[in-house]
Design a protein around this ligand. Structure first.
Ligand SMILES: Nc1ncnc2c1ncn2[C@@H]1O[C@H](COP(=O)(O)OP(=O)(O)OP(=O)(O)O)[C@@H](O)[C@H]1O
Length: 257
């Protein structure tokens, strides 16, 4: 079981430009930790460092687990799947297992595949091609693939984007169950501040050159803090402004002034 994820003084730059500067944070088992901030702030870069896909210039990521090697489930930001991809959903989900495709799965892996498909309600379209699924069904399949090895740590990069409000809620309820009942640490990136407010325990606010860890989502009720990070007039009272891309919103505000 996972104990703790510790990011310590992380420093990442691309082409001499700092993206993450001296970033430190801790996330515990059972916790839902959100990462918010404008486009290009370094949110995905942080997840890639935690996954070990990106080597920081300095600093470290430590994942303390009872197991020799912690299992990480990851749902990336974008996944282009051709509508004609000839792979059934159950096979797609089983790719998350170490043995890969169904014929090679051990008894134990088959059992967990079935359990996870029940849990994520993906059994009902198990035989449908992954490319033929709706956006919401696809996201469930992506989540199922990330969960099929019963991870210690689950990383979600905007995995509720493009879902309707009901599907977003359903997805986040599943994720919350995973955190609370399986004692998994969840780190999720989202631009939907309402969803963050409802589900996050703590959060990282990040923008180029600045960051802070908020111990509660009450910080989202502070327009000045949101302005400091997003440079636009975001407010939790005005639902319509929340869904606006902050960059576009900022540019729009400039134009109308
Ligand atoms: N491999 C790379 N090479 C060069 N620059 C990169 C690379 N990966 C990311 N960047 C740059 O680092 C910055 C942070 O990117 P990142 O994808 O982490 O932002 P983000 O906060 O996840 O943004 P978004 O909300 O748009 O997904 C961006 O300016 C991006 O162009």
């Amino acid at each position: 079981m996972l104990k703790n994820v510790r990011v310590d003084h992380l420093q990442v730059s691309f082409n001499g430009q700092d993206v993450l500067q001296d970033l430190s944070l801790d996330v515990s088992a059972g916790e839902l930790f959100a990462v918010i901030g404008p486009n290009g702030a370094g949110k995905s870069t942080l997840l890639k460092c935690i996954l070990g896909l990106l080597k920081p210039q300095s600093g470290s990521v430590q994942i303390e687990s009872d197991q020799k090697k912690a299992v990480i489930g990851y749902v990336p930001q974008s996944r282009v799947i051709d509508d004609e991809t000839p792979i059934e959903t159950k096979d797609f989900i089983s790719l998350g297992q170490s043995s890969g495709l169904l014929p090679w799965l051990s008894k134990k892996e088959r059992k967990s595949l079935k359990e996870i498909m029940e849990f994520t309600d993906t059994l009902r379209f198990a035989k449908k091609s992954i490319g033929k699924l709706s956006g919401g069904e696809r996201q469930r399949a992506f989540l199922a693939q990330a969960l099929v090895r019963y991870p210690d740590l689950l990383l979600l990069d905007e995995s509720t984007a493009n879902l309707d409000p009901a599907a977003q809620e359903e997805m986040m309820k599943l994720v919350k169950k995973v955190a609370r009942e399986w004692h998994v640490a969840v780190i999720f990136i989202s631009h939907d501040l309402h969803l963050v407010k409802e589900y996050a325990d703590r959060l990282l606010l990040i923008a180029p050159g600045r960051y802070e860890i908020a111990e509660s989502t009450e910080v989202l009720d502070q327009p000045e803090t949101l302005h400091y990070y997003y440079h636009s007039e975001l407010s939790m009272d005005h639902e319509s402004t929340i869904s606006v891309d902050p960059m576009i919103h900022a540019q729009f505000s400039e134009t109308v002034k």
